[in-house]
Design a protein around this ligand. Structure first.
Ligand SMILES: Nc1ncnc2c1ncn2[C@@H]1O[C@H](COP(=O)(O)OP(=O)(O)OP(=O)(O)O)[C@@H](O)[C@H]1O
Ligand SMILES: [Mg+2]
Length: 393
């Protein structure tokens, strides 16, 4: 099963690109699922069809779902929902708001992971395409299998201890409901499944992220940051989808300045992401909605290539710890030898200059604060060493 996750800043075209890709893989005969994990769903609008929290067949080989977290809570996470909303109500919340609040942030994506787990186990689809919420939220959750498991394990232990203590000491005096066995069992099963889904989503041969970006300054900054953190979390970022380019031929008069600006930003994108492949899509003259337009978009992006093929698996940016230092390794797309210059700008931007070539990347905060110890070019990669902090384990 191939999993493709589209993410990017708000409004850049994630949903359109996800829907377009899914239509194309379905047409090529792959059993395809397109899944929206953004609470503000627009997948149905984009496909110009009706969707819900249940899997629906849109056309031959194409199924879709807009994950409905309240429905998921009522079915998949009944025990969890019941306990958390009881707990909130015991603290004075109205039952309706307790129910809404019992939905923890990121549950859409967590539900999506459970679907992935299930599809994979039962060999239901060849290709699963995920349309996600804007980057910041997705990012936090892409560390999910690790982080959420950590939290779940901690919470699980905490609840177990709480129950043990309450049963043996204060018993009836606590003014909140104690966790039920059902609740604890469902926590345990979430934790177990996270381990298994983790191997799937961190396998570069199966799961990749495609970052959707527009030639605009703020979009680029956010995408760079997202990219860095995704590499840090061990996910494979496969390519960029550069959407909403204005065709050069259409840029006379009114749009001339826009074209200049766009060219500047495209250069900036190369500085930040080379040698990652970039697929281009142009701004369409009319609204991009419905099957016909989506197919046009897919053609612009993939031509007649298979959209599910792996374009690139070697993350240009990697992190590891070695000999008491944190190492950042960057693929350098140019073979030129020469002086390597490094500047740290505005705290978290690292500028690498080799000869006439420049790379410009965003550092994760933990490295941005650390002292740079040095850098060397080795096997086509630049390895930058940073001092390790005391709490870096
Ligand atoms: N290449 C394009 N040409 C014309 N219109 C486009 C293009 N790409 C996206 N759009 C339009 O831009 C709007 C936003 O696109 P879309 O919903 O796909 O973005 P998104 O990244 O999923 O947004 P959100 O962050 O809100 O989920 C939509 O109205 C879509 O039709
Ligand atoms: Mg969207």
């Amino acid at each position: 099963m191939r999993v493709i996750i589209y993410t990017g800043k708000g409004g850049v075209g994630k949903t359109s690109v996800a829907a377009a890709t899914a239509r194309m893989t379905a047409r090529m005969g792959y059993r395809t699922m397109v899944m929206s994990t953004d609470a503000a769903h627009s997948l149905a609008d984009s496909l110009d069809t009706k969707l819900s929290g249940n899997i629906q067949t849109v056309e031959e080989n194409l199924d879709a779902i807009e994950i409905d977290v309240l429905y998921e809570m009522e079915t998949r996470w009944k025990e969890l929902e019941k306990y958390v909303s009881d707990l909130l109500m015991s603290q004075g919340l109205e039952s309706l708001s307790a129910k809404e609040l019992a939905v923890l942030p990121g549950m859409e994506l967590m539900s999506a992971l459970f679907y992935l787990w299930d599809f994979n186990l039962n060999d239901r689809y060849d290709v699963v395409i995920m349309d996600t919420a804007p980057t910041a939220e997705t990012l936090r959750l892409l560390s999910f299998p690790d982080v959420s498991r950590w939290y779940i394990d901690k919470m699980y232990n905490l609840f177990r201890r709480m129950m043990y203590m309450a049963r043996h000491t204060v018993g009836r005096m606590v003014d909140f409901p104690l966790p039920t066995d059902g609740f604890l069992n469902s926590m345990q099963s979430i934790s177990d499944r996270m381990i298994s889904v983790r191997t799937l989503i961190q396998d570069p041969e199966r799961t990749t992220i495609r970052l959707v970006v527009n030639p605009e300054r703020m979009v680029i900054s956010e995408t760079k940051r997202a990219y860095t953190y995704m590499c840090l979390y061990g996910m494979t970022v496969e390519c960029l989808i550069l959407n909403r380019l204005i065709p050069e031929a259409e840029c006379s008069g009114y749009f001339e300045q826009k074209l200049e600006e766009q060219q500047r930003y495209v250069k900036m994108i190369h500085e930040a992401f080379d040698p990652m492949p970039i697929l281009n899509a142009y701004q369409m003259p009319t609204e991009l909605v419905g099957p016909e337009k989506l197919d046009e978009l897919a053609e612009m992006l993939f031509d007649d290539e298979d959209p599910s093929q792996l374009l690139y698996t070697d993350n240009p940016m990697k992190f590891w710890a070695e000999d008491g230092a944190n190492v950042l390794s960057l693929a350098i797309p140019f073979s030129e030898r020469g002086e390597v210059e490094l500047y740290n700008k505005e705290g978290d931007i690292l500028i690498v200059q080799v000869g006439n070539h420049r790379r410009n990347i965003t550092l994760p905060l933990s490295l941005a604060r650390a002292k740079m110890l040095g850098a060397e070019l080795k096997d086509g990669r630049l390895q930058v060493r940073f001092e390790r902090g005391e709490t870096d384990d």
